[in-house]
Design a protein around this ligand. Structure first.
Ligand code: SF4
Ligand code: F3S
Length: 372
């Protein structure tokens, strides 16, 4: 983050040059961005031209009821990364955790950015907003979260809900929801804050390159990316973890680990029976992965817990299977590959129905949640 006047007045291209980013490095970044956003590589020159000319938008980052995991996610990276490139590319004018200023000086920075860039700044929000008992459960500088979000969103061009808490309520919203925690979408849809273009980037935490990919898309095209019915960018949340999982071949053959230390686990078999929620979870982990493409939960031997889906804390045990395959593993192993394929197919069919059912329930839950 920079509050430095000179840096704030530099354009993106000048700033990148000043920070030692070569033309080659910049083009590699543009190619990776195109690939992340599922755009053809022929778009790379257009992305490069747009990004070079892009003004550096002011970003106000608000953290409410959260664990700081989302900020950790965006900052836990090694140089040089897409994350750093993008965060050099914006003017992060206010962020409780990262800014040097504190107290009145910090709030002054927020107020100045809101005034100077009225109608143009982006708001990134992690954490849910407590409404119970007048919102007393979380305040910043004596201002309740609901009052602050109302004021900041009113002057924004667009809002990015970073993480499952601001996207869907997350952990604070889990039953019995003691603080009356709600998402940004709920506040907009119930008219408690102004409605602005809203992008949900769920995950607990979300993948850093997904956050920066959304910002890159906004910088490149001057508008928010195409979203699904839960306001998630389709380019990152268009497939389930299961759709892209490298263990899928074992799933399709009916080969499942039964415990975390059995032979199946050691051989890398499917974690479905150990509670993997990959079939009902929409996120880019299986392709983008974490820590510069090093790994993701399933590759580390643990099932997906569905952290980017609404209500995932209340959706049953993390180690309970979504549904039980129709034949026991021993029988599958003893029969020919054909039988395995049949069981795999049956499980896949069950999974698809379960996925559709789960999506229906999620959508129903979020509609019901908004109606409360
Ligand atoms: Fe991968 Fe989980 Fe699907 Fe198995 S159930 S293939 S581990 S996503
Ligand atoms: Fe979350 Fe599942 Fe990815 S638990 S981090 S969405 S693999």
């Amino acid at each position: 983050m920079s509050n430095d006047k000179k840096n704030n007045d530099l354009g993106l291209a000048e700033l990148l040059r000043e920070r030692g980013v070569t033309r080659r490095g910049f083009l590699k970044f543009c190619a990776a961005t195109a690939s992340m956003m599922a755009l053809p590589q022929t778009m790379v020159p257009a992305i490069a031209a747009a990004l070079e000319q892009a003004p550096r938008p002011s970003v106000i980052w608000l953290s409410f009821q959260e664990c700081t995991g989302c900020t950790e996610s965006i900052t836990r990276s090694h140089l040089p990364t897409l994350e750093n490139l993008i965060f050099n590319a914006i003017s992060l004018d206010y962020h409780h955790t990262l800014q040097v200023a504190s107290g009145e000086a910090a709030e002054l920075a927020r107020e100045q950015a809101m005034e100077k860039f009225h109608g143009q700044y982006l708001v990134a929000i992690d954490g849910s907003i407590p409404l119970k008992d007048g919102g007393v459960y979380s305040t910043i500088a004596g201002i309740s979260n609901i009052d602050m979000v109302k004021e900041v969103v009113a002057g924004a061009a667009a809002v990015i809900a970073v993480g499952s808490c601001s996207s869907f309520g997350g952990l604070p919203n889990a039953a019995p929801n003691p603080t009356g925690a709600v998402s940004i979408a709920k506040l907009m849809e119930s008219g408690q804050i102004e409605t602005k273009p809203l992008i949900n980037v769920p995950g607990c935490p979300p993948i850093p390159v997904v956050i920066t990919g959304v910002v890159a898309h906004y910088l490149t095209f001057g508008r928010i990316p195409e979203l699904d019915n839960l306001r998630r960018p389709k380019s990152f949340y268009g497939d389930t973890i299961h759709d892209r999982c490298y263990r899928r071949t074992f799933y399709d053959r009916g080969l499942f680990a039964e415990t975390f230390d059995d032979e199946g686990a050691r051989k890398g078999w499917c974690l479905y029976k150990l509670g993997c929620k990959g079939p009902t979870t929409y996120n880019a982990c299986a392709t983008t992965k974490w820590n510069q493409g090093t790994s993701f939960p399933i590759q580390s031997g643990h099932g997906c817990i569905g952290c980017s889906e609404p209500k995932f804390w209340d959706a049953g045990g993390f180690y309970e299977a979504l549904s039980v395959p129709t034949s026991p593993v021993g029988k599958i192993a003893a029969t020919a590959a054909v039988a395995g394929a049949v069981v795999g197919g049956a499980a896949a069919w069950q999974s698809v129905s379960k996925r559709d059912e789960a999506r229906h329930n999620h959508q129903k839950a979020s509609v019901e949640d908004l109606e409360k």
